[in-house]
Each structure stands twice: as structure tokens, then as C-alpha cells.
Design a protein around this ligand. Structure first.
Ligand code: HEM
Ligand SMILES: [Cu+2]
Length: 549
């Protein structure tokens, strides 16, 4: 079976759709970044608590963990589908816009509630914290909006399959659909706890909430969520970066298989976020931790094929030996440098993840700033830098402008400042976390205890790192403004690599969606049925809702 070929350039309507999403994500980076810096400054005592610490933390988590990521991802995936399929038909396009406006409506309601200090529940909104009902309604609109986006993408894929029978949809399209499929299956859990537990509680229809069940439903969603963030970055690593360096995709089949495995292994593992919780049987924690480690397989497949691509390209340019390619890469090109630095950060980040998921070591780091340090180098750097590096070519492509030499140079500086600021901030978070410094804690002196005094230099380091990061955010926002409105008009390249000629054929069964969705649900049922039954059958009386702010 042959592989589909992407179209030369994407249409104006398709570009507008993708761009609308990207704009929102850039705004979210600005607001979220400001909140992040203020957190570090308040916790260090440099500025007074103008906003409540937890209110800022809620805004930061929602803007960066939810709005920035989701909007950039959806925008990028529309762009990849447009490049893969050509024009979108009018029905899915209308659904896509409806989804966009619904997401906006939801995000606006959520933001108003957070600003009004009626939803200081952090971005995880754990029970029994209880926000205003409007906050949960906003979240529902947001999630349903993303389901419409997913439906639109599935439909675009189906339209392509119908018009091109016997052709494999291009690799980025397959990966995009896999990403949205994972998102839809994952959000079922969070939709469940919002609709059946938190919203009724907050409306006063119920007096109590089952905390453990709610947290379990949350983390059933929360782990695949991190793969929803990572997979689009991997799409860029697999399909865009090879083109930027002048190379080819190492293997189309291997890439598809890795994505399939990410889908399967992302779900039956949520308990690794709940290892310290007493209400879950250790046996099921054990089962889910073992399943967690399976994700090492597609991760190493990804690392292998990326470095194979680098090495093949390096050798084509005359490099020798195992690491000769290192000297041959285009470090002066932000489209390469930013995702590449992201990849480098992902190496210690992955090792940290193995520590977090190990039951005994988790007891050491749980709820300390170590965890915050961890996710600032995973989603906050590996993913965020990849998205930044992508935005430098994607925004001009969508706006019919070009990435100039000077904007490229500014992009390199932005990449450098981000890497530098994040190294300082996340190092300080990791180390002081190991010393017991708790995460999610406002300014506290603990009666000037000797132990906590040792954390102070680390807080200062975090504030310095945070300041450098905010400078990087401002450079990014300026660059996006420039590339949207000021850069010279022209046709910017949409870099998508071809597959190595020597690569094997792509097997047809990767597209057997019914089979893979079934296997996913079988794995979910295996890992969750008995423990959830336990949680319901021997549930404690439940807690009343709390408003602690
Ligand atoms: C300007 C850059 C940034 C700064 C200065 C910053 C700073 C911080 C600080 C100080 C905290 C936690 C404090 C605590 O636990 O008490 C935090 C939490 C967090 N950050 Fe960032 N961060 C930045 C960028 C990012 C990015 C790019 C992302 C994701 C894409 C992100 C996602 C999060 C999340 C999800 C939390 C957890 C919120 C919670 O615990 O409820 N941050 N950040
Ligand atoms: Cu996880």
C-alpha cells in the first residue's frame, strides 16, 4: 500500500483556523508566565502578596498546563492535517470553528472565576476543594469544545480515506489523529468527576463528595494528559526536525508503532500519581507501576529513530564515528535548535520520571518542589521549547510571511534564555525538593526553623531563573507579533520530511482503529475495574465541599 503525499501548501481557510488557536496559546503563555514569575517573587518575599499565592498558582497552572498546551496542539494538528490532506470540507470546518468558540467561552468563564477569586482550587481542582459552579461549567465547555475539534479532525481523516482508498494517510496525519483519540478517551475520566461529583456538589445538589474516586478519575485523565502534551512534540521531532536538518524520517512504520504504543500504555497507569494514597490496594498500585514502565519501549524507539536520523544525516555530510554528527547539525536555525534543546532536557527529565514512578523513591519526592522541577523540564521545556521552535516557522506559514534572519536570531536568543532560566529554576526546585521543601505552598517561614532556612538560597535561585524565563516569554510574544504582522510577506517553507527509501513498508493493521480502541479499553478495564469497585463499595462517608480561600 502506498503512502499519501502531503500537498505543497495549505489553504487560506485552513490557515486561519490553525492560526486562531495559536494566537490564544501565545496569549496564555504571556499571562501564565507573568503569574509564574510573581509566584517565585512572592515566595521569596521580594514582592508582597498582591494576588493570593494560590490564586496565582491556579491561574499559572490553567494558563500554561491547559490553555497554552491545548490551543497550540489543536492549532498545530489542524496545520499538519491541512498539509497532509489539502482542503478541509465545509462540514468539519464548521465543527472545528464551533469547537474553537466553545473552548474560548469555557476558558473565559474559567478565567473570570479565577480572577474573581471564586475558584482558587489549583489547576487540578481536587475534591473536596469546591469552586463556584460557573468554574466547572467553564471546564465542561472547554472539554466539549475540544471534543468537537477532535470530531472535526476524525472527520477530515475519514474524508481523506474515502477519497483516497488504498493509501496510508501521511504520517503526521496518522499521528495527529492518534493524539486526539488519546485526548478524547482520557477526558472521559475528568468529565465524569466534574459532571457527576464536583458540579453537583458545588450546585448544592449533593452534600458530600467521594474524594478518592474523584482523584482516581482525575489521574485516569492526568497521566494520558502528559502524553497529549508530548505526542505533538514527538510529531515535530519525527517529521519536521529531519527535514530541517536536510535528512529523512528513519522509518514510517516505527513511528506509527510508537504512537500506537503511547495510546495503549498511557491509560492503565494513573495510580502512579496516587502511590501515597491509603485508599487504594497496594496490589493495584503495583500492577499500574509495572505497566507504567512499559512506556519506556516507545520512548526508546523514539530516541533511537531520532538519533538514527541525526547520524544518517551527519554521515551524509561526511561525519564519522558514533558522535561525528554532533558537529554537523544546523544549530543556527531556531527551527532545529529549540526542539533539539528540548530533546536534551528530556533526557534527565525522563530519568526523573522513572524516579517519580518508583514506589519507594516516590515517597521521598512526593509533593515536594522536586515534582515541580520535574514537570518544568518535561512539559515546561521539552514540550514548550519544541512548540516555540515550531511557532517560529508555523506562524509565518499561516500568515503568508517569512521567517527573517533577524527573527531567527531572536529565536536563538529566546531558546538560550529559556534553557538558561529553566536550568536554574528547575535545578533549585529539584534540589530543595529533595531537602523536603513542599510544592504548592505560599510564603511560609516555619518559625525560621533551621531546616527551612536552608531552602532560602534555592528560592532566590528560582526567582532569578523565573525572571530570566519571563524575559524569554516576552521575547517570544514579541517574535510572534512580529511574525504575524510585521515580517515581510512571502512563502515560508512548511518543513515535513520524507521517509528514508530503505525503510520498510507501513503495515496496514496500524489503521485498524476498532481493534486498537478495543485493546485500549480492555487494558483500562483490567487496570481499573477492581480498584474502582473497591473505592465505591468500601467508600468512606465522603467529605463536604471546602472553600479555603
Ligand atoms: C515563566 C516561566 C515559568 C515560571 C517562572 C514558572 C514558575 C512556577 C512556579 C514557581 C511554580 C510552583 C510553585 C509551587 O508549587 O508552589 C509553578 C507551577 C506550575 N507550572 Fe510553572 N513556571 C513557568 C513556566 C511554565 C510552563 C511553560 C508550564 C507548562 C507548559 C508550567 C506549568 C506549571 C504547572 C502545571 C504548575 C503546577 C501548578 C500547581 O501545582 O497547581 N510552568 N511554575
Ligand atoms: Cu503520570
Amino acid at each position: 500500500m502506498e503512502r499519501g503525499v502531503p500537498v505543497p501548501s495549505i489553504g487560506a481557510k485552513e490557515a486561519r483556523l490553525a492560526y486562531a488557536h495559536v494566537v490564544i496559546s501565545v496569549l496564555a503563555v504571556l499571562i501564565g508566565g507573568l503569574a509564574g514569575l510573581m509566584q517565585t517573587l512572592i515566595r521569596t518575599g521580594v514582592i508582597p502578596e498582591v494576588f493570593g499565592y494560590y490564586q496565582l498558582l491556579t491561574a499559572h497552572g490553567i494558563m500554561l498546563g491547559l490553555v497554552f498546551t491545548t490551543m497550540f496542539i489543536i492549532g498545530l494538528l489542524y496545520a499538519l492535517l491541512a498539509k497532509s490532506f489539502g482542503r478541509f470540507e465545509s462540514f468539519p470546518t464548521r465543527v472545528a470553528w464551533l469547537g474553537f468558540w466553545m473552548i474560548i467561552a469555557g476558558a473565559v468563564l474559567v478565567t473570570i472565576m479565577v480572577l474573581a477569586n471564586k475558584a482558587t482550587v489549583l489547576y487540578t481542582f481536587y475534591a473536596p476543594l469546591m469552586a463556584d459552579p460557573v468554574f466547572y461549567i467553564g471546564l465542561v465547555l472547554f472539554v466539549v469544545g475540544t471534543w468537537l475539534s477532535a470530531f472535526a479532525m476524525f472527520r477530515m481523516y475519514a474524508d481523506y480515506k474515502r477519497e483516497n482508498p488504498g493509501v496510508h494517510p501521511p504520517l503526521p496525519a496518522y499521528m495527529s489523529v492518534m493524539t486526539m483519540l488519546l485526548w478524547v478517551i482520557a477526558t472521559l475520566g475528568v468529565a465524569g468527576t466534574i459532571l457527576f461529583q464536583l458540579l453537583p456538589l458545588s450546585l448544592g445538589w449533593k452534600d458530600t463528595v467521594g474524594i478518592e474516586l474523584s482523584r482516581t478519575l482525575f489521574w485516569y485523565f492526568g497521566h494520558p494528559l502528559v502524553y497529549f502534551w508530548l505526542m505533538p512534540a514527538y510529531i515535530v521531532w519525527y517529521t519536521v526536525v529531519p527535514k530541517v536538518i536536510g535528512g529523512k524520517i528513519f522509518s514510517d512504520a516505527l513511528a506509527r508503532m510508537a504512537f500506537l504504543l503511547f495510546l495503549l500504555f498511557s491509560f492503565p497507569v494513573g495510580f502512579h500519581h496516587q502511590l501515597t494514597e491509603p485508599g487504594i490496594d497496594p496490589f493495584w498500585k503495583f500492577v499500574q507501576v509495572i505497566l507504567t514502565f512499559l512506556v519506556v519501549i516507545p520512548s526508546f524507539m523514539t530516541a533511537f529513530s531520532l538519533f538514527a536520523t541525526f547520524e544518517l544525516r551527519g554521515r551524509a555530510l561526511g561525519a564519522r564515528g558514533l558522535f561525528g554528527w554532533v558537529k554537523k547539525m544546523p544549530y543556527g536555525d531556531v527551527r532545529f535548535l529549540a526542539p533539539f534543546v528540548g530533546m536534551l532536557f528530556f533526557i534527565p527529565a525522563g530519568a526523573g520520571g522513572i524516579i517519580n514512578a518508583s514506589h519507594q523513591l516516590n515517597a521521598m519526592v512526593h509533593n515536594t518542589l522536586w515534582v515541580t522541577g520535574h514537570f518544568h523540564i518535561t512539559v515546561g521545556t521539552a514540550v514548550a521549547l519544541t512548540f516555540f521552535g515550531t511557532a517560529y516557522w508555523l506562524v509565518p506559514v499561516l500568515r503568508g510571511r517569512t521567517l527573517t534572519k533577524s527573527m531567527n536570531r531572536i529565536g536563538l536568543i529566546q531558546t538560550g534564555t529559556w534553557a538558561f532560566g529553566m536550568s536554574i529554576m528547575s535545578y533549585a526546585m529539584h534540589i530543595s525538593g529533595l531537602q523536603g521543601n513542599p510544592r504548592r505552598t505560599g510564603p511560609a517561614t516555619y518559625f525560621s526553623d533551621a531546616l527551612t532556612r536552608e531552602w532560602i538560597p534555592y528560592h532566590i535561585a528560582m526567582a532569578i531563573g523565573g525572571t530570566i524565563l519571563l524575559i524569554s516569554v516576552l521575547i517570544f510574544v514579541y517574535s510572534m507579533f512580529n511574525l504575524s504582522f510585521l515580517a515581510p510577506k512571502g512563502e515560508e517553507e512548511f518543513p515535513l520530511a520524507e521517509t528514508e527509501e530503505a525503510a520498510m513498508e507501513t503495515p496496514r493493521f496500524f489503521e485498524n482503529w476498532k481493534l486498537w480502541i478495543t485493546v485500549t479499553f480492555v487494558l483500562i478495564a483490567f487496570a481499573y475495574t477492581v480498584p474502582i469497585w473497591h473505592l465505591i463499595e468500601s467508600a468512606p462517608p465522603g467529605a463536604k465541599g471546602w472553600v479555603l480561600w
